[in-house]
Design a protein around this ligand. Sequence first.
Ligand code: HEC
Length: 102
Amino acid sequence: MRVESILGLALGLLGCLPNPVSAADILNGQKVYAAHCVGCHGANGQSVMPIVPSFSRGERLLQPDTTLLLSIRSGRNAMPGYMGILADREILDVIAFLRTLR
Ligand code: HEC
């Protein structure tokens, strides 16, 4: 067997292994934010209304991802819930994006 074919076999086997859980996709989070959140939370996370937290000032972001995920899923006071609109994966992507808005 030639070296190339052994290498090819090894790479092929690697491809069969289950993928590790992928890290949040910040660029996808940015798209989700632009489509669903920017109207209230504002460009660059600078809120456009007094009752809406400003992520650019780090407001509410001291909470863990899981807590924020639940708020975004179910909604919170004036904020609508996104369950059935966004997948948890997309919500986690957008949370990762919120954490870049400083
Ligand atoms: C209709 C306006 C509106 C939209 C659209 C909106 N939000 Fe909010 N959001 C709010 C308001 C108002 C609050 C403050 C709720 C409260 O605690 O009273 C809030 C709070 C939050 C919080 C803090 C929750 C907590 O537990 O403290 C997060 C995180 C958040 N929004 C993320 C998002 C994301 C991500 C999107 C888009 C998927 C989004 N919001 C869309 C109005 C909005």
